[in-house]
Ligand binder design. Structure first.
Ligand code: IMP
Length: 185
């Protein structure tokens, strides 16, 4: 599946454009894995995966990291349909010990950045040795807020459109699509 190629007929009703094809996804994820490896290969980091959207990305990224690391999963929810509700709920961090650990937050997409800000706030004070952020997608959006953490590892920058596939959903559907496409609204 190539970026910019035709939308497969079974998804034409829901997707107007193939934004990132599966070939480019795996190629770029291997590059990101290489950068992460350079910095973390001797640090036994914890990857905090933000469910559900980052599940496909984290699964491929983690398997491309040829060094010891751990995976933990948290939930964060801010969207209803294609609209952010403005409040972000975080569940799951209460059972994770972060003292003296190097942490990489794995996100699917940073839009307003409010989810990432909330996640990093929750990690603050938990005693982590360091916290960095890695996101599959970062939206070029005007909705940036104050105090949004830097995304240290970005696989792709995308236009301010609602996208689905490769973990990203519209009302919980379409996460399993193996490429990133623009949702047909
Ligand atoms: P933020 O808090 O506005 O940065 O939004 C982050 C979360 O909103 C992501 O982790 C996604 O779950 C969801 N989200 C934002 N934009 C999109 C999109 O285009 N498609 C699907 N989910 C999105």
């Amino acid at each position: 599946m190539e970026t910019g190629g035709p939308v497969p007929s079974e998804w034409k009703e829901f997707i107007s454009e193939v934004l990132i094809g599966s070939t480019d996804l795996s190629k770029r994820i291997n590059e990101v894995a290489l950068s992460i490896t350079e910095h973390y290969k001797d640090l036994n980091p914890i990857l905090i995966v933000v469910l559900k959207g980052a599940v496909m990305f984290a699964s491929d990224l983690s398997r491309a990291l040829p060094f010891r690391h751990e995976l933990e999963f948290i939930r964060a929810k801010s969207y209803e349909g294609t609209q952010t509700t403005g409040t972000v709920k975080i569940i799951g961090l209460e059972h994770v010990t972060l003292t003296e650990r190097h942490v990489i937050v794995i996100e699917d997409i940073v839009d307003t950045g409010l989810t990432l800000r909330r996640v990093c706030k929750c990690l603050e004070g938990a005693g982590a040795a360091s916290v960095k952020c890695c996101s599959l997608l970062v939206k070029e959006t005007a909705q940036r807020h104050e105090g949004i953490p830097i995304v240290d590892y970005v696989a792709f920058r995308v236009p301010d459109k609602f996208v689905i596939g490769y973990g990203l959903d519209y009302d919980q559907a379409f996460r399993h699509i193996p490429f990133v496409g623009v949702y047909r609204q």
